[in-house]
Write a protein that binds this ligand. Sequence first.
Ligand code: 13P
Ligand code: SF4
Length: 346
Amino acid sequence: DEDERTERIEAALAELGDDVVILGHNYQRREIVEHADFVGDSYQLSQQAAEADAEYVIFGGVTFMAESADIITDDEQTVILPSMEASCPMAGMAEALQVDAAWAEITAAAPDADIIPITYMNSYADLKAFCASQGGLVCTSSNAHRAFEYAFERGDKVLFLPDKHLGENTAYRLEMEDEIAKWDPWDPEGKDAEDVAESDIILWDGYCQVHERFREEHIEQVRAEHDDAKVIVHPECRREVVEAADKAGSTATICKTIEEADPGDTWAIGTEIHLTNHLQRWHPEVNVLPLCGDACMDCNAMRQIDPNYLTWVLEELLEGRERNVIEVAPEEKDLANVALERMLEI
Ligand code: 13P
Ligand code: SF4
């Protein structure tokens, strides 16, 4: 039962002491965040990984986050992901080989332009390495606008991968919405060389299948039911949803907004349901509502980190066995690190 499992996790952590640090993304289950030394958004977790001294970094999150932690930590540190099934579908929508082929077409469409590729953190290490090799960098939802500014100081055009919605929302934030071309690698009609030649921002056709399901109707409904409700959404939501909301931001911005709300305020949250549930528990003085109508906005990838697996990897460490180690190939690691370092610097 849960009490017994909690005792086992606590006993293992007590024995492992400073050898282990647990990092947990805001979307992790309650039973994981309760044991985490640090809970935060993707950017904060990469900073925490960079600062961690522990021999083992146990990552409560998805594969691309654990990979980034492996890239950022020292070679002697080991990153462990309690479930190897925790893979973000969006990260799989821009595979490095496929991007390589697209890059040839995109650069041919605008032969005189300097195109800088930016990849969202939600991507695999080989794509991060590719971006660095072309002068580009990584960003998260909390610094995408700064990454675009960095790129436009050095080049003429940006190719943004994989999330078209974050890309579009960032273009609006920079008042560059008239500069958007879409690139759909799965559709021959969706790859328009003329558009690429004429536009400064080229958006890869990826998306998050959790955030894409939020609709303006959800916002209308919550406003009809609670006339004092304010709405905050994640920038992976569609443009119309971000426009209809009062505020948009990374999961850390969402947490801060609720932390700073006055008692009795009502906020509807358009993001993964576990974070909304945490905020309800952490801030009972604020009326926190899920912005999802009847749909359950649950990230299947994040949910794979089951507390039973956390217990297992910790108890295996006590026996001297390292399970589910995430190790980025050495030939990708250095370049991917350049792309991440560029982000941490901006
Ligand atoms: P944050 O960087 O805002 O934590 O978002 C990560 C993520 O995967 C959102 O779906
Ligand atoms: Fe990926 Fe979306 Fe899950 Fe975030 S919420 S990890 S983007 S599938």
